[in-house]
Write a protein that binds this ligand. Sequence first.
Ligand code: FAS
Ligand code: PHB
Length: 394
Amino acid sequence: MSETIRTQVAIIGAGPAGLMLAHLLQRSGIELVILESRSRDYVESRVRAGVLEHGTSELLRETGVGERMRREGLVHRGIALRFNDRSVRIDFPDLTDGKTVTVYGQQEVVKDLIAARLATGAPILFECAAVAIDAGDEPSVRYRDAGGAEHVVRADFIGGCDGFHGVSRHSIPKETLKIFERAYPFGWLGIMSETPPVGDVIYARHERGFALASLRNPNLSRYYIQCGLDTEIADWPDDRFWDELKRRFPDDIGRKIVTGPSIEKSIAPLRSFVAEPLRYGRLFLAGDAAHIVPPTGAKGLNLAISDVFYLQRALAAHFANGDDRYLERYSDMALRRVWAAERFSWWLTKLLHVFPDDDAFETRIKLSEFDHLHRSKHARAMVAEQYAGLPFED
Ligand code: FAS
Ligand code: PHB
C-alpha cells in the first residue's frame, strides 16, 4: 500500500554524508527522513576509508558521536613518504600548530552514526531505494521499499547523499551540470589482514608502482598496491600480494611487514570527478554524489563530512529564522573545499604513482619534488595542512 510521508528534509543515502547530515539536522531539531537502498548489515560492513581529518574527528566528538572513536581510534601525528632511498616525514603537529589525524575505519563511523540515530527512536528506512526526485517548489522523493511497493516523501528540501551511482545527480538535467573528470590508468588493490601493522601510514613510490601501508588497530593492517585496470582479484592470492607489497617498500619497511591471511581484498578504480553546481532547485548534493577524489589524499570521506557540515548550517539557518544566505552560498563554499581536496589528491597521486607516460624526465621531476619536500619545511607544511584538513569556512 503506497503511503506519503511529510517532513522538512528528505535525505537519500545512509553513507557518511547522509548519516552525518541526519545527525546534525536532528540535533538542530529539524525533522527528516533518511532513505537507504541497502540493508543495515551491508552499509555497516562496507570497507572503505580509514583516515579522519582533524576537523572530522572534532565534529564527531563535539556532536556526541565520538566516544568509541576516542577509545578505539588511533591518533596519528604524521605520515611518511618514501621514494627508493629517500624518506620524508610529514609531522602534523609541528607543521600545523598541533593538528593530528585519527585512523578509524569508515564503517566504524557509519556504525556509530546509525546507532546514535536509532537510539533516539528515529528511523532509518533501510532497503528503501529512491527512484525519482522532484526538486521543484514542492520537492518530493519517490522510493521503492523492500517489498517493491512505492511511496512518496514530501519535504521542503532534499539532501542528495546517495554516492557516485545514486539517483540524485542523475536527476539534474545534463545541461545544468558542468562535469570535470580525470580517470587514472590504474586502480588500488587493497587487503585487510589481522596482523600487527607497520605502525605509521606510509606512502611509497616504486618503479613497480605505488604502495601504501595503513592500519585500523594494533592487530588490523590495511595495505594497498597500485594495479592495472584489468586486474582480477582471482589473480592475486595472498602470497603474491605480500611479495609484491614488500618489493615496493624500502627494506627497512618491507622487513617489518607481518603477513597473514587476508580477511578482505578489493579493487578500487581511481578517479577525480566534480559535478557543479551542488544545488538544483531544492536538491542539494553532498559527498560522492557530487565529487570523487583518488584515495591517495584520504579526502573522500572527509569531504562528505565537510559538505554536510555546510549544508546543515544552511538548513538550520533557514528553518530557524528564514535566513537563506548559507543556502545560497552552499555550492560555492563547499566547492572551494572540494577543489582544494581534488588538487591535493591529484598532486599526491601524480607524485606517488607510476603513469604509463612517465618518461625519464618525468621521473626526475618527481624525484626533485621529493628532494624539495625533504629540504623545505614550507613544502612539508603545504602537505600537512591539507592532509590534516583545512579549516571550515565561516
Ligand atoms: P557513499 O557511497 O558512502 O554512500 C552513499 C549511500 O547511498 C550508500 O549507502 C548507497 O547504498 C546509498 N544509495 C545509493 N543510491 C541510492 C538510492 N537510489 N536510494 C537510497 N540510497 C541510495 N575515501 C578515503 O578517504 N579513503 C579510502 O581509502 C577510500 N577507499 C574507497 C574504496 C572504495 C571501493 C570506494 C567506492 C570509495 C572509497 N573512498 C575512500 C571514498 C569513500 O570513502 C567515499 O568518499 C565515502 O563513502 C563518501 O560517502 P558518501 O558521500 O556518503 O557516499
Ligand atoms: C586507509 O587506511 O584505508 C587509507 C589510508 C590513507 C589513504 C587511503 C586509505 O590515503
